[in-house]
Write a protein of this length. Structure first.
Ligand code: SF4
Length: 349
């Protein structure tokens, strides 16, 4: 068969492109786009079902361990005082989080009003305790997610999401249909029910739970009667780890999946830091990301309680970091490590 020039060129291009870009490499390039968990679940046809399951809980609200049982669809309010619709205080790129969360363009943070834990030293008390913010529809929440993505944020950072989880899932699906593709980042006090977290399995890619206390009497006193907090948070963190594993970053060093635990050092060892790091070292991989934070300050009603009515000392922060290292934790937050190093050098200098 004779080839004309056009056929020859076409075949030559096809042959050379198959040498330069063999089909298995092309397939891999396609697969390389990072796909958020919620998108995969939607492809499997299961996301809508989860939303339905989550929304049904509003009829007898048991979204968190307070288990109020109120019918939020009928306007009843429980301990968190949250209505059926989400109330949002603000949304914007946030640069005050961990480096792998913030990246170059910031974390797309949505601050939800109201809270199911309500600590008396809360730094966001006008939002969490007093519910300041604007009530919106799930469709508006979806638009917020998309606008944060549009300006380059690396994730949708949902701050205090527990009591609005069904709305978040619904908004995520609406936004997904309009092109949302950045990971959901569940930024929680850790006061979560395992049964509820299971609904988030294969939807949320990054969990950032606080672990605030290891002693129930402290939790009861400083977090509005949440005596069961230590037992609840430990089970919740284990479930989060089962779902998403340890902290993973992309080529730019930006987190795409995993658990990042936050622990705020409190004055007079109120937070039970040694017990906390020991528990992490025994219950989770040693390379679990742990941020031991030094920024406790006296807020809201903390000044009424002498035990927590002061900032922490350098000594209190240093002993916390020393315990973490002694128990073998290998993935401590870089900024905390730098602070530890700074004080260490000042002491030895
Ligand atoms: S989310 Fe609010 S209403 Fe529902 S159980 Fe928790 S505190 Fe109660």
């Amino acid at each position: 068969m004779e080839l004309n020039r056009r056929d020859f060129v076409r075949r030559a291009v096809l042959v050379s492109s198959s040498i330069l870009f063999p089909s298995h490499l092309l397939a891999r390039r396609k697969e390389e786009r990072w796909v958020p968990a919620y998108e995969k679940l939607e492809r499997e046809g299961k996301l809508a079902q989860r939303i339905e399951q989550a929304y049904a809980i509003f009829e007898k609200c048991q979204l968190c361990p307070r288990m109020c049982g109120v019918n939020r669809k009928k306007g009843e309010k429980g301990f968190c005082r949250a209505p059926l619709n989400p109330v949002v205080f603000s949304y914007h790129p946030h640069f005050g989080e961990e480096l792998s969360v913030v990246g170059q363009n910031g974390s797309g943070t949505i601050f939800f009003s109201n809270c199911n834990l309500r600590c008396i030293f809360c730094q966001n008390w006008p939002i969490a305790h007093e519910g300041k913010g604007k009530e919106i529809r799930d469709e508006d929440l979806a638009e917020m997610m998309l606008s944060l993505q549009k300006i380059g944020c690396h994730n949708v950072n949902l701050v205090t999401p527990t009591h609005v989880m069904p709305n978040i899932l619904n908004a995520t699906r609406i936004a997904l249909k309009k092109g949302l593709h950045i990971p959901l980042f569940y930024n929680t006090s850790g006061y979560e029910r395992v049964e509820i977290l299971k609904i988030l399995d294969s939807i949320v890619d990054i969990y950032k739970p606080d672990v605030k206390y290891m002693d129930s009497d402290k939790a009861e006193k400083y977090s509005t009667g949440a005596k069961d907090y230590p037992e609840v948070v430990k089970k919740a963190v284990l479930e989060m780890h089962r779902q998403v594993g340890v902290h993973q970053v992309d080529r730019r060093g930006i987190v795409v999946r995993g658990v990042m635990i936050r622990h705020l050092v409190m004055p007079n060892r109120v937070a039970g830091t040694e017990k906390f790091v020991k528990w992490v070292a025994e219950a989770l991989p040693k390379n679990t990301y742990v941020n031991i934070m030094a920024q406790y300050r006296v807020e809201y009603k903390a000044f009424e309680h002498p035990e927590i009515a002061r900032g922490i000392t350098v000594q209190e922060f240093m002993e916390a970091m020393d315990w973490a290292r002694q128990y073998g934790l290998t993935n401590l937050d870089p900024q905390s490590k730098a602070l530890w190093e700074f004080y260490r050098q000042r002491r030895s200098g």
